[in-house]
Design a protein around this ligand. Structure first.
Ligand code: SF4
Length: 84
């Protein structure tokens, strides 16, 4: 197991930002990492991108963290949720 997420890089500049020093950059979403997510990216405190980051899961085709496929959890067809 590596020390950090495989999508994590360090960059000074992105498409719309440039910094004096290097910052954590996520290549899964092509954006600088938000500070609140940095612990997941660095796998600190037992956090793991595979189970704790929706961007990682989307990039790997692993599905939603919550198990719900829709953004609002509602079924468009009106049928019962599958899963039993
Ligand atoms: S935001 Fe998610 S996918 Fe991107 S580097 Fe961090 S843990 Fe990895």
């Amino acid at each position: 197991m590596s020390d950090s997420c495989e999508f994590l890089e360090r960059r000074r500049a992105g498409d719309d930002a440039e910094f004096d020093g290097e910052r954590p950059y996520c290549t899964a979403v092509d954006a600088f990492v938000q500070p609140m997510r940095a612990d997941v990216c660095a796998k600190r405190y037992g956090l793991d991108p595979e189970t704790d980051c929706e961007f990682y899961r989307e990039a790997k085709g692993l599905g939603s963290i919550t198990g719900f496929e829709g953004a609002n959890g509602e079924s468009e067809s009106g049928t019962e949720e599958a899963g039993s």
